[in-house]
Structure formats: structure tokens, C-alpha cells
Ligand binder design. Structure first.
Ligand code: 2P0
Length: 325
């Protein structure tokens, strides 16, 4: 049966940074994100008896190599789960996540793939099971099953059966906006998978990072519940800075920041000094995401666009979880 699904990407306010199990993709710490409606992937999966291998097309182009392997490994997992280990699929994905915006398309990509693949195989899975399956494609993707504010519970078990995402608040709870600031030159030198591994293995600051998470989480959840923008923004910004500090203390040390990254961070802090409430967060790349409230949209957009080295500013609202299309 052919099935299609749509999934949005998400931005972490409390970052997932480090695995305790690399093959099951079990994280060291809980994380919390906002699903974004502006950036998404649509995927059609067709498992058919007549196929002898999987094929994967991204934006209408056939994909081979590492990207293909990641998709087929994930299909192996889900066809085994369905008890149909010898059934192959044709997969067509379209990314509506501009690569330059610096969002990992793996989050929306694996959430859409898991949702469409499960339906194509006739599996009846709960959202919790779907999140567990999705997690094994890419960690941050398990949060994209849900809309709004989402927490990924790290779980304690070694088999991963308690490591899945739950919704903290739906998208319509609070109209928070996120601007993706696109930098002119944004080559990523250390992939997030490699970067988090190096940090876990060698960073002198890694244990402090893990210890700081429970307080951040309980405080940010209180801030989300009360729609306290300053509280949520302060925690998200500090959490991001702490994550990036761990990379500086890794061996060999590294950073995802470039000169324009710092320029954007400073501009956001200056906006605050001038009474405009805005906070930044940064993932495993040089681009900056800026959190703000709707009343400041025009100021944020025009101020960020003026920074030398900034190519574009793409705004998004809170988005919904996965859906069938
Ligand atoms: C996050 N990042 O919470 C963090 C913040 C990057 C920085 O999740 O190896 O693509 O597939 O589980 O999910 C990026 O890592 O890594 C990420 P895998 P993923 O959004």
C-alpha cells in the first residue's frame, strides 16, 4: 500500500547533545523543542512485493551512498518490526527545508519517512511507538512526531523502550516565532553526529552539561506553561551557550560559530538592551535562530537583515505534528 506523510522540523530550546547508545540512538539528556510550521518534508513510501531492493528519491533525484544507506537501514528496522523483512520500498521525499537555513532536514525527513513507512506496511502504531521508531532514524526526529512544544524523554532502559517524545503544549498554546538567520558562508565542518560523539568522549565540560539539564527543563516547562517569554528565552539562550561551550573543551576542540554567528548573537543582545525581547539559539552549525513575539516581527526582520554577512531571514511559527497527506 502506498502512503504519504508530512512532518515539520523542530528547533531545540533545550538541546540533545550526546548519545549513551549510538546504534539505538539513546540520548544522554532529555531535550525540548518547538515544532516549526515553515519547514517540512513530505514523503511517499510504497512497499511492494515486486521490488527486489529499496529505492530513494529526494526532490525527484535518485539518491545513493550514505544518505541512501541511512534510509535503507531505517527501512530494515521498520520492515523487521512489521514482520516483513523481505519487502522492499520505493521512497519519494521532498524537502521544504532550505538547506541554507541550517535546519537539519533529518528531523522532518525521518519523521515523515517513519510515518509513511508504518502506514504503507499496514502497521497500527501509537504515537509513542512511532516516536520510538523515528528516534532510531535520527534522534531529533522523534520530537517532530508532535506539534508545539515537545520533550524527548531520554529514558533509562537499555533497549530504548522508554526513550520517546511527548507533547508539553500544543502549537496553539502560544504564538512564539522563530527567525532562521541565513549566513552567506555556512559550510559545516564537523557533522552533528561526529561532533556530539567527540564531545561525549573527550570534553572536560560534558558532565557539567548533563548535570545542568534537569533544572533547565523544569524551569523552561514552567515558563512555557505561563507563557513567560523572558524566562523561556533566557533558559534557551543559556542552554545553547552551554552546549557550545562543551565543544570548545573537546579534544581536538572545535566550534560551529563563525564571525557572522557572533555578530548575530550580539545584535540580539543589543535588541534586548533596547527593549525588544528576543533570544537566540544555535544548533550544530553557524546559523542562528532568533526567538521573538509577533509584535516584534518587523523590528526583528529588518534589524537582522542589516547585519553584514546575513543573506536571508526566514520566519516561522509553531507547527503541527506529523500528518497523512
Ligand atoms: C537538537 N541537534 O536537539 C540538537 C542540538 C544539534 C544540536 O539533534 O545522530 O541529527 O541523527 O541522532 O538528531 C542534531 O542531531 O543526530 C541535533 P542523530 P541529529 O536538535
Amino acid at each position: 500500500m502506498k502512503a504519504s506523510a508530512k512532518a515539520h522540523t523542530n528547533i531545540a530550546l533545550i538541546k540533545y547533545w550526546g548519545k549513551r547508545d549510538e546504534s539505538l540512538i539513546l540520548p544522554m539528556n532529555n531535550s525540548l523543542s518547538l515544532t516549526l510550521d515553515g519547514f517540512y518534508t513530505t514523503t511517499t513510501v510504497d512497499f511492494r512485493e515486486s521490488l527486489t531492493e529499496d529505492s530513494f528519491y529526494l526532490n525527484d533525484q535518485p539518491v545513493s551512498g550514505v544518505e541512501y544507506e541511512r534510509v535503507t537501514s531505517f527501512l530494515d528496522l521498520i520492515r523487521k518490526y512489521a514482520g516483513k523483512p523481505n519487502l522492499f520500498a520505493e521512497v519519494h521525499s521532498t524537502n521544504y527545508v532550505p538547506t541554507a537555513a541550517g535546519f537539519a532536514s533529518s528531523a522532518s525527513g525521518f519523521a515523515a519517512l517513519a510515518t509513511a513507512a508504518a502506514k504503507s506496511l499496514g502497521l497500527k502504531v501509537s504515537d509513542e511507538e512511532l516516536s520510538i521508531l523515528t528516534r532510531q532514524g535520527s534522534g531529533s526526529a522523534c520530537r517532530s512526531i508532535y506539534g508545539g512544544f515537545v520533550e524527548w524523554e531520554k529514558g533509562d532502559r537499555s533497549d530504548g523502550s522508554d526513550s520517546y517524545a511527548i507533547q508539553v503544549a500544543p502549537a496553539n498554546h502560544w504564538d512564539i516565532r522563530v527567525a532562521a538567520v541565513v549566513l552567506s558562508s555556512s559550510a559545516k565542518k564537523v557533522l552533528s553526529r561526529e561532533g556530539m560523539k567527540r564531545t561525549v568522549d573527550t570534553s572536560a565540560y560534558y558532565s557539567s552539561w548533563v548535570e545542568s539539564i534537569p533544572d533547565d527543563l523544569s524551569n523552561i516547562k514552567e515558563g512555557i506553561k505561563n507563557r513567560d517569554f523572558a524566562k523561556v528565552g533566557e533558559i534557551a539562550e543559556a542552554n545553547c551557550l552551554r552546549m557550545h561551550a562543551t565543544t570548545l573543551a573537546a579534544n581536538p576542540p572545535f566550534t560551529y560559530w563563525r564571525d557572522t554567528t557572533l555578530a548575530v548573537m550580539q545584535t540580539v543582545q543589543e535588541l534586548r538592551e533596547n527593549g525588544v525581547s528576543a533570544y537566540f539559539t544555535i544548533d550544530a552549525g553557524p546559523n542562528v535562530k532568533v526567538l521573538y513575539l509577533p509584535e516584534n516581527e518587523e523590528t526583528i526582520q529588518s534589524t537582522l537583515r542589516e547585519i553584514p554577512g546575513v543573506d536571508d531571514v526566514i520566519a516561522s511559527r509553531a507547527g503541527q505534528g506529523v500528518s497523512y497527506i
